[in-house]
Design a protein around this ligand. Structure first.
Ligand code: 5GP
Ligand code: ZN
Length: 118
């Protein structure tokens, strides 16, 4: 059983209490469409364990966090944008724009993405 936080929006999505368009599921992670997409494909990939921010990742979470990248790789291959390219980004705390405090990788693809980000 994964640790969960009853006040967390993404834990509620994991529990099926709030609907989301889930496009990927593994033992350790799920991915769903962002409600406010910033690219033609904008997915949010989250671990099944509640971890509030990158600062809260423990050594024992390394495989779990790695599985978020495996999910991105597999989704990109399955959806056919692996070769064109895509971006994964994880924001940490307010200065970086984190608004949901359950770590998540944004997976963006389908348009040209500028660098550096704003
Ligand atoms: P952050 O700003 O924390 O890096 O990213 C949070 C993301 O979650 C945002 O891109 C936001 O649009 C998305 N989001 C917030 N609430 C919901 C929701 O209820 N459902 C879905 N699918 N996405 C959400
Ligand atoms: Zn959570």
């Amino acid at each position: 059983m994964w640790e969960s936080n009853p006040d967390c929006l993404f834990c509620k999505i994991l529990a099926g209490e709030i609907p989301a368009e889930i496009v990927y599921e593994s033992d350790s992670a799920i991915a769903f469409r962002d409600i406010n997409p910033q690219a033609p494909t904008h997915l949010v990939i989250i671990p099944r364990k509640h971890i509030a921010t990158i600062n809260d990742i423990e050594t024992g979470d390394n495989a779990l966090v790695g599985s978020l990248y495996s999910a991105a790789r597999d989704i990109a291959a399955a959806d056919g944008f692996a070769d064109d390219g895509y971006r994964v980004v994880m924001n940490c705390n307010e200065a970086a724009g984190q608004t949901v405090f359950h770590i998540h990788l944004h997976l963006l693809s389908g348009r040209s993405l500028s660098w550096p980000p704003g």
